[in-house]
Write a protein that binds this ligand. Structure first.
Ligand code: F0G
Length: 352
């Protein structure tokens, strides 16, 4: 039977590796593109959800990490370092383990979802909590990379974007064409840049005949692209995208402008509402940041900006199980307690 071989083997000819390189995999990529008619009906379009929470460590980061880590280990790196709002550190920790090298992660103190922290811990990363935000962590990580024998695996490492562009290939392969619009959350802005690279490459090679408009959405309290400048104190419930000074600024602006797209902001409440809607109407549990794209789609539909009948792909970037604290804090979590008896169960369920 055929098994998906991971993004490097599946898309080898699109990636800058040599035959002598050590190519890793944990089976990343090959994630489902789920048709979402419930969402499509709401916005008058054909909506497909790219479920990146299905990756080995539960987020899209694995695509870029397998690529950056393969480069690092092929170049003889002994230790990798990254700054992270949680998912990058979880992925780096797992792939460093796979590569047999060390991993140090710099995390904004107190602003990491517990599931992500658990991942970095169980995979044996060295954890450094920084009294500062993600942007502070990334600045330190860059300086460590410049001055010490450690390899930076944040998305400023070009191999990260090469790996992540494979998600755009998969969307085209699944749809048989590029979508009209591709929507995703924007934080450090690596992913929107990587998707745009992937869509451009498929069109340049003649595999697709068009390219989508790229629509990115930030949390309103952490929306430097919408303001047009970096901000010092980003704040949002969606901790994954709590970023004020995105590293891939120019690439993301080019993705937005060259594709005829947009980058807009959604409120924390819109994000939580979209997360709830995805869980209760579509059947997909995502972490808060991952719902920003869906929140943005609904917002654009309300404003009458969604072209009727458009084919829309939305990336939901991370698994809901990474941050159950935020999900449950919005809800009544007390189950109905009964005796171990079928009649009691029937009564509690309103069946009897
Ligand atoms: N969604 C999730 C779940 C993320 O973890 C991130 C980024 C993004 C969206 C935004 O993607 O940065 O490429 O624009 N997380 C990084 C991290 C910053 O450290 O895990 P981006």
């Amino acid at each position: 039977a055929h098994q998906w071989r991971g993004v490097i083997a599946e898309y080898r000819e699109f990636l800058p590796f040599e035959d002598s390189d050590t190519l890793l995999t944990l089976g990343e990529g090959g994630t489902p593109l789920v048709h979402a008619p419930a969402l499509g009906e709401r916005v008058g379009a054909d909506v497909h959800i790219k479920v990146e929470g299905m990756n080995p460590t539960g987020s899209f980061k694995d695509r870029g990490m397998v690529s950056a880590m393969s480069r690092a280990v092929s170049d003889g790196a002994q230790t990798v370092v990254c700054a992270s709002t949680g998912n990058t550190s979880a992925s780096a920790a797992a792939y460093a383990t796979r590569a047999g090298i060390g991993c140090a992660v710099l995390l904004p103190q107190g602003k990491i979802a517990s599931g992500k922290l658990a991942q970095a811990i169980v995979h044996g990363a060295q954890l450094i909590a920084v009294d500062g935000n993600f942007d502070d962590c990334l600045e330190i990580a860059r300086k460590l990379d410049a001055a010490f024998p450690v390899e930076l695996v944040n998305s400023v490492n070009p191999y990260r974007l090469h790996g992540q562009k494979t998600a755009a290939f998969e969307v085209c392969d699944a749809l048989g064409a590029a979508p009209d619009i591709h929507i995703l959350p924007v934080g450090n802005a690596g992913n929107i840049s990587a998707y745009w690279m992937g869509y451009r490459e498929y069109a340049e090679r003649g595999i697709t005949s068009s390219r989508p408009a790229m629509w990115g959405f930030q949390a309103a309290g952490a929306a430097p692209f919408v303001l047009g400048r970096p901000i010092p104190d980003p704040e949002t419930v969606a901790t994954a995208i709590r970023i004020g000074a995105p590293a891939s600024w120019d690439l993301a602006v080019a993705a937005r402008d060259d594709s005829g797209g947009l980058i807009d902001a959604v409120s924390d409440q819109q994000i939580l509402d979209a997360q709830a809607l995805l869980a209760s109407e579509v059947g997909i549990f995502v972490e808060p940041a991952s719902a920003a794209g869906v929140a943005g789609l609904l917002q654009q539909a309300e404003r009458g900006r969604v072209p009727a009948g458009a084919t829309i792909a939305i990336t939901v970037t991370g698994n809901g199980l990474k941050d159950i604290d935020t999900a449950l804090s919005q809800r009544d979590v007390t189950p109905t307690l009964i005796d171990a008896d079928v009649n009691a169960a029937a009564e509690a369920l309103g069946l009897a």
